[in-house]
Ligand binder design. Structure first.
Ligand SMILES: [Zn+2]
Ligand SMILES: [Zn+2]
Length: 266
């Protein structure tokens, strides 16, 4: 069997980021004919996803697959309906499947991925990378299209040497900047929830995210997108001040919760 050609021209667009629903659109291979497209997570309703795809002149049936990071509703909530409507294959870990709400993935074609084992998909090389988060078997994804490398790292309580190693050499990185620790501690969340969010299996604070980013930083990393900002415990100003010392200039952008970000070529 001949291997598919290495994909070229990878680009991505964030369709939604945060607790109201995550979805990241990938497109590649337009140079060599028909572009291919994939989604990482779908925490949006089918109707909402279709609206946001329309903004790019696309329909749900223009997608080729869905990669899922973990079972929380803001990542998985819309996957079943999308898969049933389009027949798209859904890639996920066994743990995510077991922990998914009963029947949520009924009728979907499931393909199981293993953390730390890369696989080829439509000309891309995909590496699921384990993360510490309060889900059964959550992963971040590294996507390679020839020379172009994208990292998508959201929903994790802390960085690790494994993450730093896996995300070296990225040209673009979508990274969770979930909360400002002081805002979280002073805010209105009940103590148990504060402990969960700030814990090792919760979400990254701006400071933790900046440290992880710094460990992956190199001259070729031209696009850094801060995502999954808490609406109650963070603000774009807090995020920007957390990375000020890294002098990122126009390499740095913040994904809006509902409008996301336009296409970025990797
Ligand atoms: Zn999330
Ligand atoms: Zn989560």
């Amino acid at each position: 069997m001949t291997a598919p050609p290495i994909a070229a021209g990878l680009r991505f667009s964030c369709l939604g980021s945060g607790s109201e629903g995550n979805a990241l659109l990938l497109e590649w291979g337009a140079d060599s004919g028909t572009p291919l497209r994939g989604l990482i997570d779908c925490g949006l309703t089918l109707k909402e996803l279709e609206l946001r795809l329309q903004g790019h002149g696309l329909l749900a049936r223009d997608l080729d697959f869905i990669l899922v990071t973990h079972e929380h509703g803001d990542h998985l909530g819309g996957v079943g309906a999308l898969a049933r409507a389009t027949g798209l294959p859904v890639f996920l870990t066994h743990g995510t499947h077991h922990a998914a709400p009963a029947d949520s993935l009924r009728g979907a074609e499931l393909v199981f991925v293993k953390p730390e084992q890369s696989f080829d998909l439509c000309g891309l090389s995909i590496l699921p990378v384990p993360v510490c988060h309060d889900a059964r078997e959550p992963v971040a994804y590294r996507v390679d299209a020839g020379e172009a490398r994208l990292g998508v790292v959201t929903d994790l309580g802390m960085g690790s040497a494994m993450l730093t190693e896996a995300f070296q050499g990225c040209r673009a990185l979508l990274l969770e900047f979930n909360h400002d620790l002081e805002m979280l501690q002073r805010g209105e969340y009940p103590p148990k929830l504060k402990a969960r969010v700030a814990g090792d299996y919760g979400h990254l604070s701006n400071r933790q995210a900046a440290d992880l980013l710094e460990s992956c930083l190199h001259d070729g990393l031209h696009t850094i997108v801060a995502g999954h900002l808490s609406q109650k415990n963070n603000s774009p100003d807090h995020v920007r001040s957390a990375v000020e010392h890294l002098a990122l200039g126009d390499r740095f952008a913040i994904a809006e919760a509902s409008s996301g970000l336009p296409w970025t070529v990797i």
